[in-house]
Design a protein around this ligand. Structure first.
Ligand code: PMT
Length: 312
């Protein structure tokens, strides 16, 4: 990909209004945690607006489960976490209490005019460890939340975050689990207002989003350990496409997964090897999450990367 392609994308998409504030927050966070290990973790899907005043957009399946769970395991392992997530997708800690689950854990006790809302006793042991980890991560300023919605917000934020992380060198880990759109409608081809059905069915021409892994690996954070994810629905393509990505972008690790089995199986693909991480039914039934093993293995690859760069 030529530099012109990705520069053109940035030139034709205005940065999100909150970008300067995010830059400041990320800069402060990185300074605070230097020289410790820090992970930039991306999570959730991106939208592709079809109108400038957006009523309709193209989206994808990702709920951000992988990213939100992985963030907790990175914190458990001492990393500072920049959690870059799709607004309204799952977040670390609160993900355990989504929807009606939280309300089911509470009970109302009324004595005359005194009303108390308590956690039901059988849920205390579930909530307590999660709540204490949440409190300590926030007290110690170990996690920073920055959000995006559209694919262009995502790409702007990714670039700015990388610029802030350059000075962390090899201590920086990029864990790119977000499901980023490969297609978009160029700004100058988008109607300003809501498309009208009275005008007939629209014909929408999508264009390719440039793969930002190219400038990211080569220019933005050349010393960082970069992990990308590869999602396929056809298992037969998984390894060949992951190897293709490693050859093309020159990073060190692709974690490959298939849509239907992603909760219990992933394949680590490096330039030299590949190995599978699998959860069996018993492990899944007991609440073990595959992200715990993914993060453990990624951390040991990151350690190896730091050792290699330090010895040069
Ligand atoms: O959120 P969950 O429901 O838990 O699901 C988790 C997941 C399936 C989304 C996650 O495990 C995963 O596989 N994420 C990556 C999916 C994906 O977008 O794959 P891809 O083949 O489109 O992209 C491969 C890599 O290229 C990605 O790491 C992405 O950061 C990068 N990319 C993508 C598009 C783009 N324009 N530029 C990029 O650099």
């Amino acid at each position: 990909m030529s530099t012109a392609e990705w520069e053109h994308f940035y030139a034709s998409h205005a940065p999100p209004a909150e970008l300067p504030e995010h830059r400041q927050q990320i800069t402060d966070f990185c300074k605070h945690h230097q020289p410790n290990k820090i992970v930039l973790l991306t999570s959730g899907g991106t939208t592709v607006p079809l109108e400038h005043n957006t009523v309709r957009f193209v989206d994808n399946f990702s709920a951000g489960t992988r990213g939100a769970a992985s963030a907790e395991y990175f914190l458990d392992n001492g990393y500072a976490v920049i959690f870059m997530y799709r607004q309204k997708s799952l977040e670390p800690f609160s993900r355990h209490f989504g929807g009606q689950k939280f309300l089911d854990m509470l009970e109302i006790q009324e004595k005359g005019s005194d009303v108390a809302i308590n956690v039901k006793s059988n849920y205390i042991n579930t909530i307590k460890p999660i709540l204490s980890k949440y409190k300590s991560a926030h007290r110690e300023n170990k996690i920073l939340y920055v959000s995006f919605t559209t694919v262009s917000d995502y790409l702007w934020l990714l670039r700015v975050a990388c610029e802030c992380l350059t000075s962390s060198g090899a201590n920086c880990l990029l864990y790119l689990a977000a499901a980023v759109s490969d297609f978009y409608v160029p700004s100058n081809e988008m109607p300003t207002h809501k498309m009208q059905s009275g005008e007939g069915a629209p014909v929408i021409q999508l264009q390719l989003v440039p793969k930002m892994l190219t400038p990211l690996v080569n220019n933005w954070v050349p010393r960082a350990y970069v992990v990308s994810f590869k999602l396929e629905t056809d298992e037969n393509l998984l390894i060949s496409k992951s190897r293709h990505a490693l050859n093309k972008y020159k990073h060190k690790l692709v974690i490959a997964n298939v849509l239907q089995t992603r909760r219990h199986q992933v394949t680590f693909v490096t330039p030299e090897t590949s190995f599978v991480i699998n959860l069996n039914t018993e492990e899944m039934d007991s609440g073990i999450e595959i992200e715990e093993s993914i993060v453990k293995n990624v951390i040991s690859c990151h350690k190896e990367h730091i050792k290699q760069l330090d010895s040069h």
